[in-house]
Design a protein around this ligand. Structure first.
Ligand code: ADP
Ligand code: MG
Length: 344
């Protein structure tokens, strides 16, 4: 019998642990864009510019006009589990911000070349910090406007296995464009601008009108086909744009779900949509549905995965029934289509 050598346990060096953990948060350019845009929103920005090159693989820049980070906190922002958004475990039960895990900047910096330029309203000058694979390479004072710019270059330059798994530029950029399009809808009060390889893809007005953003981002044609309604129960509020059954699609790509301002994937919401159209659509046909749901934060767990792509509802049945019946009622009301025309 072979004698198996007993290996001793050692604690991993910080940079190895960081690279492992980073994989949970940052798996492709989209996850970086998502984290940076969420940070910009949490910072109270009214304007967010996202620029990408080569599907985000070589270059991602997110510029906001939010609160900025105080000079003394800039290095801390890149430490794992360092956050200004929650203070203790009980805060996890009622999360109002998009971020709370304090790991995005640490994870992103661990697997890229990162530059962050930031200034708060109270400080005369700002600060520019540059990190390479998580290590600080430069930190200098700089003149800059209030807010924060983060530039990510050469994603996964130090993790060859991940680098290999990135998809072609067009695949990565499509995911990012889809995501920013959704965020621009959900956060219609924020001006979004998206630049891809030097071309401006769209700019929204920030005037708070979801419907006009649908027209700007998706097309006038699509907008004309949607039924708009708002429904409220004691615990849930829904704003929705859904298509008449005659405008169905062959896949679910035109179904967009937001819960408390988070873009999520949700079987519960998907099933609710399917319920609502069950007698109106053949199998394999899917309606367009943009759903913006608000749930009391204590009836929802947003902390079920590091990438925050899913949430867990306390009462899934209630959510499914509420959305299903809200859509059904509004589809049946002939006035709905007239209503949206009148809104214009
Ligand atoms: P989290 O968002 O979960 O707190 P992050 O790693 O994404 O963790 O960010 C760490 C901290 O850095 C945030 O809590 C916030 O205080 C600060 N921060 C990051 N991005 C910005 C930004 N764009 N504007 C202002 N502060 C920011
Ligand atoms: Mg964050």
């Amino acid at each position: 019998m072979d004698i198996i050598e007993k290996k001793r346990i050692t604690e991993l060096p910080k940079h190895v642990a960081d690279k492992i953990a980073a994989g949970e948060v940052v798996d492709r350019p989209l996850s970086i864009v998502k984290e940076l845009v969420e940070n910009a929103i949490d910072a109270g920005s009214t304007s967010i510019v996202v620029e990408i090159k080569n599907g985000g693989k070589s270059y991602i820049r997110v510029t906001d006009n939010g609160s900025g980070i105080e000079k003394g906190d800039v290095e801390l922002a890149f430490k794992r589990h360092a956050t200004s958004k929650i203070r203790n475990a009980s805060d996890l039960d009622s999360i109002q911000s998009l971020g709370f895990r304090g790991e995005a900047l640490a994870s992103i910096a661990a697997v890229s070349r990162t530059e962050l330029i930031t200034k708060t309203a109270d400080e005369k000058s700002g600060i520019r910090i540059r990190l390479e694979g998580g290590d600080i390479a430069e930190k200098v004072d700089t003149g800059c406007p209030e807010g924060t710019t983060v530039i990510i270059e050469d994603l996964f330059f130090n993790t060859p296995a991940r680098l290999k798994f990135m998809k072609p530029d067009a695949t990565e950029s499509t995911l990012i464009i889809d995501f920013i399009s959704k965020m621009a809808l959900a956060y219609a009060q924020i001006k979004f601008r998206l630049i891809n390889n030097g071309n401006i893809l769209f700019s929204t007005t920030g005037k708070g009108d979801i419907y006009s953003n649908i027209l700007t981002i998706y097309s006038k044609d699509l907008g004309d086909k949607l039924i708009h309604f708002k429904e409220k129960s004691q615990e849930l509020t829904l704003e929705a744009f859904v298509s008449a059954p005659s405008q169905s699609k062959t896949n679910r790509k035109s179904q967009i779900f937001f819960v408390n301002g988070r873009s999520i994937a949700s079987k519960v919401m998907e099933n609710a949509v399917t319920d609502a159209y069950s007698e109106k659509l053949f199998e394999g046909r899917y309606p367009i549905a943009f759903l913006f749901l608000q749930v009391s934060p204590d009836k929802l767990d947003v902390n079920i995965h590091p990438n925050k792509k899913e949430v867990r509802f306390d009462d899934e049945r209630a959510v499914r029934d509420f959305i299903g019946s809200a859509i059904r009622t509004n589809l049946n009301s002939k006035d709905a289509i007239a209503e949206i025309k009148k809104d214009q």
